[in-house]
Design a binder for this molecule. Structure first.
Ligand code: NAP
Length: 281
């Protein structure tokens, strides 16, 4: 349970998912959460009504009264936001940035010295409380602040801590990862139809298969290779299917995809000419 207030600078999809997660987990009470955005007052009124939150007069007043500030705007808007309120932060406050590709150093250069900056890369599954999130701390991050942020983001999924130089790899693996799984699901549904199932049955069986396999991995903690071997009898159907995937270079294709996405994240982070908003898309 947080004792101070949590303020949101940006009140879009991810802000709402995090607010819902924190309230459901009992980490904060509604009256401890303040929301602000650029201009959409209707959106703030909706959030206040739906979750019982406080709306603020201005972004600056949110910064003034909060222990933790969550930067939840698009990466391209972070510079403008910090130019407006960066100097209003106080030493020791925690700034949690969800903006893909924006480094802790970039933020630290635009806020009051001594502000604790922590950067997070959640993924889109935070909408259903199942994000795979990685965090890294900036210069002034303390273990206590990292624990607090882990608890906040833990309300919408699982949280790992990584060194900042690994954030591009995180983006390539789990940031972009849901899309790889969606592609796998699309392919399995298409394949199910090709072998004679109705689209509805192919979809239902595929979704439950993916969910069941993920839950088995999580519940048993077993090595995926071990689980795969357990369900593969020599000469059986699974062995025959896996053989085709091996011949088609399934594993190498995924390894290359994640390497390329990681490299792309690095390129976007380093090229000021390319809008940082493309990072993590
Ligand atoms: N959605 C996800 O699943 C997900 C996953 C990983 C990372 N992220 C990261 O989370 C961030 C937000 O994504 P989103 O999907 O929630 O975006 P979104 O729904 O488009 O919301 C963006 C919010 O930022 C506000 N904003 C823009 N400029 C601002 C400024 N200068 N000051 C204050 N607020 C400002 C907007 O306000 P107005 O509406 O008034 O313009 C809006 O409330 C992005 O950086 C993205 O990289 C999102």
């Amino acid at each position: 349970m947080l004792t101070g207030n949590v303020g949101f600078l940006g009140a879009g999809a991810i802000a709402e998912a995090l607010i819902r997660g924190m309230l459901n987990a009992g980490i904060v009470r509604p009256e401890q959460v303040l929301v602000s955005n650029r201009s959409d007052r209707e959106r703030l009124a909706y959030l206040a009504r739906r979750y019982g939150l406080r709306t603020a007069g201005s972004k600056g007043s949110v910064v003034d009264v909060c222990q933790v500030l969550v930067v939840a705007c698009k990466p391209k808007d972070v510079g403008g936001l910090l130019a407006e309120v960066g100097g209003r932060f106080r030493q020791g406050q925690i700034l949690l940035s969800l903006a893909a590709g924006i480094t802790t150093r970039y933020i630290e250069e635009r806020v009051t010295p001594g502000v604790v900056v922590i950067r997070a890369m959640p993924n889109t599954s935070c909408q259903v409380g199942e994000s795979a999130t990685a965090i890294c701390g900036g210069r002034f991050a303390t273990p206590e602040a990292m624990d607090l942020v882990t608890a906040i983001l833990g309300s919408v999924g699982q949280v790992c801590t990584v060194p900042e130089e690994q954030m591009d790899a995180v983006t390539g693996l789990s940031g972009s990862g849901p899309a790889y799984i969606y592609l796998l699901v699309e392919a399995m549904i298409e394949a199910g139809e090709a072998v004679g199932l109705s689209p509805e049955v192919a979809r239902a069986l595929t979704l439950q298969t993916v969910k069941g396999a993920a839950m088995t991995l999580a519940a048993t903690g077993a090595d995926p290779a071990e689980l795969r071997e357990q369900v593969t009898s020599p000469g059986g159907t699974t062995a025959a299917g896996l053989q085709v995937l091996r011949e088609a270079g399934f594993t190498q294709a995924l390894v290359r995809a994640i390497a390329r996405a990681t490299e792309r994240s690095r390129e976007l982070g380093q090229a000021p000419a390319v809008p940082a908003s493309e990072v993590g898309d």
